[in-house]
Design a protein around this ligand. Structure first.
Ligand code: ATP
Length: 417
C-alpha cells in the first residue's frame, strides 16, 4: 500500500477509535504514549459522567485530582488468533486479579468490538524505568541510579511483585521496560501478557517467556520452573540494572549466558556491600537457594527507610542467609567478553524494526527451537530507529542498558510455546 493511502487508512481508523471511545465516555487524544506488538496506547480523558458511573475510576481519579487515563487499543483483527485467545485475556484477568495495589497499573475497564479491544488503564506518564535509568545516568555522567533512589523504587517493585504473588499471579516478564513511573514518581508494574495464574505453589511451568537478559537460568536450560522463583531472578537483574546502569549478563547465546550466570555478577567500585549481597542473593543459580520475597524485604539494604511498609504485605522478617561469591566449578570460556558493556542504543521506535539474524550460530547446548528463534529476533541492531533517552548534559553519549533487552515486539509473542 502506498504511503498516502496508508495515511488515509490510519486516519480513518483513528477517527473510528475516537468515536468508539467517546461512546464509552472517554475523549481520546491523538497523543500516542506507547505501542506494543498489536497495540497502541493513547492519552485520554474520562468524562465526568464516566467517572461517576465507574467505581474504579472515581475511587482512583479522586485521589489523583485529574481525569487522564491511558487507553491501550489492541488490534484484535490484525493480531494472531492465539494472541486474542490467550495473551489478551490473560493480561486482562491478571490485571483484574491484582487490582488494587499502588504499584501495579490499574485496569479501570475494557470494551471491545470485532476489530479491537480497549483497555482503559491508570496513566503512568513519566515513562519507563529503562528511560529513567538512562536519563539519570546521563545527567550524573555516571551509570545507574543513586542507591537511595534505587532502594526507594526497588521497595515499591518488591511490594508490587509480592502483591501479584499473593494474588496468585506470576508476572514472568519482569524487566525495566515493563516498569512505569507516574507523575509522582510512583512505580507502576505493567504488561501482564505473559502472566500466569497457575505458576504458584507447587505447579511447575515450562513455557519460555520474557526477555533473555532477565530470564532465570532454569528457564534458559529448558527445565520446569517455579514461576515465583523465576520472577525473583528477574528482580535481581532489575536491581543490578538500577544501581549499575548495565545488565549483569549480556550474551546472545544461551550457553554463554549460562556461563556468565554461573560466574555470578561483577560490581562497580563503590557499590555498597549490602546491595551486592542482595543482588547475589537474588541471582542464585539454584532457584531454591534464591532469596524469597520475605527475605528480600527484610534484607538490610532494604531496611534503612521505613521497613514497616512491607509488614502488611510480607509479614515478619526471617533470618538472612549468606551467599557464595566465589566462581563455581564451571570451566572458563576461552574468550569471555566484558560483562554488561555499555552500548548506545534504545528500543525500536517502530515495533518490528529488527534484523533477521538467521545466520547467527546455533546455541551449542541445544536450546529449545523457540528460544533460539527468540534469540535471533531479540538482538536488534542498535542502530535502527532507536530513541535516545533524555538530554545529556555531559560530553558522554547517553548511557543505556544493552540491546538484548530491547526485543522487537513481535519477537516476544512468537516464542511462546
Ligand atoms: N498505563 C500506561 N501509562 C502510560 N504509558 C503506558 C501505559 N501502558 C502502556 N504504556 C506505554 O505503552 C507501551 C506499550 O504498552 P504495553 O507494554 O502494555 O503493550 P504491549 O502490547 O503489551 O507491548 P508488548 O508487545 O511489549 O507486550 C509501554 O511500553 C509504555 O510505554
Amino acid at each position: 500500500m502506498k504511503g498516502s493511502s496508508r495515511r488515509r487508512l490510519g486516519q480513518r481508523v483513528f477517527t473510528e477509535q475516537v468515536r468508539e471511545c467517546r461512546d464509552k465516555g472517554y475523549l481520546l487524544s491523538s497523543k500516542k504514549i506507547g505501542s506494543g506488538a498489536f497495540s497502541k496506547v493513547y492519552l485520554a480523558r474520562a468524562t465526568p459522567e464516566r467517572i461517576q458511573h465507574n467505581a474504579k475510576l472515581s475511587a482512583d481519579l479522586q485521589d489523583k485530582h485529574h481525569a487522564m487515563v491511558a487507553i491501550k487499543i489492541v488490534s484484535t483483527a490484525e493480531a494472531p488468533a492465539e494472541f486474542s485467545r490467550k495473551f489478551l485475556p490473560r493480561e486482562i484477568s491478571s490485571l483484574n486479579a491484582t487490582y488494587k495495589h499502588l504499584n501495579v497499573v490499574q485496569l479501570y475497564e475494557t470494551y471491545q468490538n470485532s476489530q479491537r479491544s480497549y483497555l482503559v488503564l491508570e496513566l503512568a506518564a513519566r515513562g519507563d524505568l529503562l528511560e529513567h535509568i538512562n536519563s539519570v545516568s546521563a545527567r550524573r555522567c555516571c551509570p545507574g541510579l543513586e542507591e537511595d533512589e534505587a532502594r526507594r523504587l526497588f521497595r515499591q517493585l518488591v511490594s508490587a511483585v509480592a502483591h501479584c504473588h499473593s494474588s496468585g499471579i506470576v508476572h514472568r516478564d519482569l524487566k525495566c521496560e515493563n516498569i512505569l513511573l507516574d507523575e509522582q514518581g510512583l512505580l507502576k508494574l505493567t504488561d501482564f501478557g505473559f502472566a500466569n495464574c497457575s505458576g504458584l505453589k507447587n505447579a511447575l511451568l515450562s513455557t519460555f517467556c520474557g526477555s533473555v537478559a532477565y530470564t532465570a537460568p532454569e528457564i534458559l536450560m529448558s527445565k520446569k520452573y517455579a514461576g515465583e522463583r523465576a520472577d525473583l531472578w528477574s528482580l535481581g537483574v532489575i536491581l543490578y540494572a538500577m544501581v549499575t546502569g548495565k545488565l549483569p549478563f549480556k550474551e546472545r547465546q544461551p550457553h554463554r549466558m549460562l556461563h556468565l550466570m554461573r560466574r555470578g555478577p561483577t560490581f562497580r567500585q563503590g557499590l555498597s556491600s549490602e546491595c551486592q549481597d542482595l543482588i547475589r542473593g537474588l541471582l542464585q543459580l539454584r532457584p531454591d537457594a534464591r532469596l524469597d520475597l520475605q527475605q528480600v524485604a527484610a534484607h538490610r539494604w532494604m531496611l534503612p527507610f521505613a521497613p514497616a511498609l512491607f509488614c502488611n504485605v510480607l509479614g515478619t522478617a526471617p533470618e538472612e542467609p549468606k551467599f557464595p561469591t566465589a566462581l563455581d566449578e564451571v570451566p572458563r570460556l576461552k574468550d569471555p567478553e566484558p560483562l554488561g558493556t555499555l552500548v548506545q542504543l534504545q528500543r525500536p521506535q517502530r515495533p518490528g524494526a529488527h534484523h533477521d539474524r538467521t545466520s547467527e550460530p546455533t546455541p551449542a547446548f541445544g536450546a529449545p527451537r523457540l528460544l533460539q528463534a527468540h534469540l535471533r529476533c531479540s538482538v536488534a541492531s542498535p542502530g535502527v530507529g532507536f530513541r535516545r533517552p533524555g538530554a545529556a548534559s555531559c560530553s558522554q553519549q547517553p548511557l543505556s542498558l544493552c540491546s538484548i533487552s530491547a526485543a522487537p515486539k513481535e519477537a516476544r509473542h512468537c516464542q511462546v510455546k
